[in-house]
Design a binder for this molecule. Structure first.
Ligand code: DGL
Length: 258
């Protein structure tokens, strides 16, 4: 098989990375995609670092077995835990793209008020995020908001409703009285609950995620390595999940079409 025809591999701790793959499909519809979600082990964000590294490396091996031409770690938590190890091991063989909270576009909005970054506890604790904060700390008032428990709603298919909004209200209660510049969705699961979030913080508050930026970075990398698929036909999408259950696979296809 020509390298260009090989699929692009996407990985996340569960269904969240589909929010990134969706963006990639929309700008590169002729590419083939393979997605692996590790819902059996989700959430990653409250686990030990070593465990997340191990799970992520296993997932990369799974995708390499599927003969992919590039890998996107479409999970902020797995990126912060394991991207250095993965690059050390594999970047001479294959392009590896990670994701981090889209703090830059939020800061550049230059709106009044706090930039609130929602992410998993691990993402906010790791050195990758600390370095990002350091870069922008003088440009805006930035608040880290760890959201343990939110990934579980989305994994269970709860994307709206009272219970979810009560959870979000509780998280944001200290900040709603002040101006909010924007909310950064620093976990790839969160774009799927944008509507519920807007109901809580207000529909005028920008919600910013890194999906589009990551998809563009992937496209740039494929061009640079001469790996862009030149087929004129719509590509194929295959989804795997460690739960090995049709219900979760159907849910994943629904999320892509949302
Ligand atoms: N989608 C993952 C992320 O971007 C969720 C991590 C988790 O499973 O806790 O961080």
């Amino acid at each position: 098989m020509d390298n260009k025809d090989k699929p692009i591999g996407f990985f996340d701790s569960g269904v969240g990375g589909l929010s990134v793959m969706k963006e990639a499909i929309s700008i590169m519809p002729n590419e083939n995609f393979v997605y692996f979600g590790d819902s059996k082990n989700a959430p990653y964000g409250t686990k030990e670092l070593e465990e997340v590294k191990k799970l992520t490396l296993n997932a990369v091996d799974f995708l390499l077995d599927k003969n992919v031409k590039a890998i996107v770690i479409a999970c902020n938590t797995a990126t912060s835990a394991a991207i250095e190890d993965i690059r050390d091991k594999y970047s001479s063989i294959i392009p590896i793209i990670g994701i981090e909270p889209a703090l830059k576009p939020a800061v550049k909005l230059n709106r009044k008020g706090n930039v609130i970054i929602m992410a998993t506890p691990m993402t906010l604790k790791e050195k990758k995020f600390k370095a990002l904060m350091e870069k922008y700390r003088n440009e805006a008032d930035i608040i880290s908001l760890p959201c343990a428990g939110l990934v579980e709603f989305i994994e269970q298919g709860v994307l709206e409703g009272e219970e979810l909004e009560t959870y979000l209200k509780q998280k944001f209660k200290e900040y709603l009285a002040n101006d909010i510049n924007s909310v950064v969705l620093g976990c790839t699961h969160y774009p799927f609950v944008k509507n519920a979030l807007s109901n809580v913080v207000g529909s005028d508050i920008p919600l910013i995620d890194g999906g589009e930026g990551t998809a563009k970075e992937l496209k740039r990398k494929l061009k640079e390595k001469d790996l862009v698929n030149d087929s004129k036909e719509k590509g194929k999408i295959v989804i795997y999940n460690s739960l090995n259950d049709n219900k979760i696979i159907d849910f994943c296809y629904n999320l892509i079409n949302l």
